[in-house]
Design a protein around this ligand. Structure first.
Ligand code: PA5
Length: 438
């Protein structure tokens, strides 16, 4: 298996009886998911996706990415929630959080339409000035306000810069096969369109054109990502938690939640995992957080946040558990040199690599937090390759579905997301809307 789950730090918090107790519920969750009889089963298309994705569409994504790499300096990705987080997380995981600033042969990629901030949008427009620009507007519903506003602004920008006809060759739409304003607009204007399968919801859509086009534009090998996900598909079919670490993770989360560990902190030791944590938070938060249930998701990057949130984790309210995502093999390392005068007092580290020091920081922290009463489960990643990314995405998606079913929720809907929109539209005097509690 590409991911290793280390559970020895849970020994003081979960006893074998508890695993035995929850195993039948995990089995039931597995049956519900695979039989298509569970809540929200119309949205489980992601389950078989790595095995049966549309190869023709996949080729069109590769072709479009190649064209964009050739004729574009700045690629603007417009989308919110599940329509941008996965792509951004993947690009940073595979390349760097500094992807745009690093020397590269591929376009810079900016994500916009994920807020209603006029400052953020103006800033991105500025970054596009004098550059060859293409855009990818992504919205499954085709009606979401944030990306719709950003698209309106960027469409005008492109049409002013290139004229309507050339602009239409630089606009790529990723949306539903048939529904929504965006689909209609794309058809009317002749924009190249990619389809988000009907049976896959936003937060489970990173391995569809939603994520794959921007990721391919960044130069990553998307075939390898799909192969990694396919491996995970095969590795996580067993319904017994002793033989399936994906299900074991779902079991651990549920056992801890029922004991009052209401907050899960995803901790990693690589800044490039920060967006992956955001994707993870959306995946689990929107999937489980309903019917007055659900684990609250938080994230930290260590050792950075050991100097901010570390105090609270070590010593604050004991209602948290940590899932540590640890990278076992780094891409680049640095050897710490000896200073003849030992002015900085660091000669005890001379000859050691930074990754070794990071490893010891991880081991020391897990021991300290566990001693402090915080259960830790560790997920070891072998590398930051495409293959591992695909595997990890599928691992979390399936763990989330199984965990949600075990909790008794529908992991595939998000009814609560509509509430703020109703009030916002009422306050903006959109016809037909009134404040929810007045
Ligand atoms: O996971 C989800 O379903 C949501 O986060 C959506 O992705 C988000 O609300 C954006 O929706 P849409 O793609 O329809 O614009």
């Amino acid at each position: 298996m590409k991911i290793k789950l280390e559970d020895k730090y849970l020994n003081d918090f979960i006893n074998p009886r508890e695993y035995y107790g929850i195993a039948p519920q995990i089995k039931t969750a597995h049956e519900l998911l695979h039989s298509g009889h569970g809540l929200g089963s119309d949205y489980t298309g992601w389950l078989q996706l790595p095995k049966n994705y549309n190869k023709q569409e996949f080729q069109s994504i590769l072709d479009a990415a190649k064209k964009i790499q050739e004729d574009t300096d700045v690629f603007v990705v417009i989308g919110i929630g599940g329509s941008y987080l996965g792509a951004r997380a993947a690009i940073e995981f595979l390349s760097s959080q500094n992807y745009n600033s690093l020397p590269k042969k591929t376009p810079s990629i900016y994500f916009i339409g994920n807020s209603i901030s006029p400052m953020a949008l103006s800033e991105t427009l500025k970054l596009c000035e004098g550059k060859r620009v293409s855009i990818n507007v992504i919205s499954k519903s085709g009606t979401t306000t944030e990306p719709a506003i950003a698209f309106k602004v960027f469409r005008e920008f492109l049409e002013n810069q290139y004229g309507k006809e050339e602009a239409s060759k630089r606009i790529y739409c990723t949306t539903d096969r048939a529904k929504g304003t965006l689909k209609k607009l794309a058809d009317d204007e002749g924009y190249e369109t990619f389809v988000i399968p009907e049976n896959i919801g936003g937060r489970y859509s990173v391995l569809t054109p939603v994520g794959l086009l921007p990721i391919a534009v960044s130069g990553a090998d998307i075939l390898n990502i799909m192969e990694g996900a396919a491996k995970a598909h095969d590795d996580f079919l067993d319904d017994r938690i002793d033989f399936n670490i994906c299900y074991k993770y779902a079991a651990i989360r549920n056992i801890l939640f029922r004991k009052g560990k209401l907050i899960e902190i995803l901790a990693s030791y690589e800044p490039r995992f920060a967006l992956m944590s955001e994707w993870f938070k959306q995946l689990f938060g929107e999937s489980e957080g309903k019917d007055q249930k659900g684990v609250f998701l938080a994230s930290v990057i260590f050792s950075t946040d050991l100097h901010s949130m570390g105090q609270l984790i070590q010593d604050g309210s004991r209602n948290i558990f940590e899932t540590v995502l640890f990278l076992d093999n780094v891409k680049q390392d640095i050897i710490i040199k000896e200073d003849p005068q030992n002015m900085d007092g660091l000669n005890f580290l001379a000859g050691k690599t930074m990754s070794y020091v990071n490893q010891k920081a991880f081991e020391g922290t897990v021991i300290a937090h566990t001693d402090g009463g915080v259960p830790n489960v560790v997920l070891h990643l072998p590398d930051v390759s495409e293959d591992t990314l695909g595997y990890l995405v599928y691992f979390f998606e399936k763990a989330c579905a199984i965990s949600g079913y075990t909790m008794g929720t529908n992991p595939f809907d998000q009814p609560g997301v509509e509430s703020y929109k109703k009030n916002m539209f009422a306050l903006l005097e959109k016809p037909g809307f009134s404040l929810t509690n007045r």
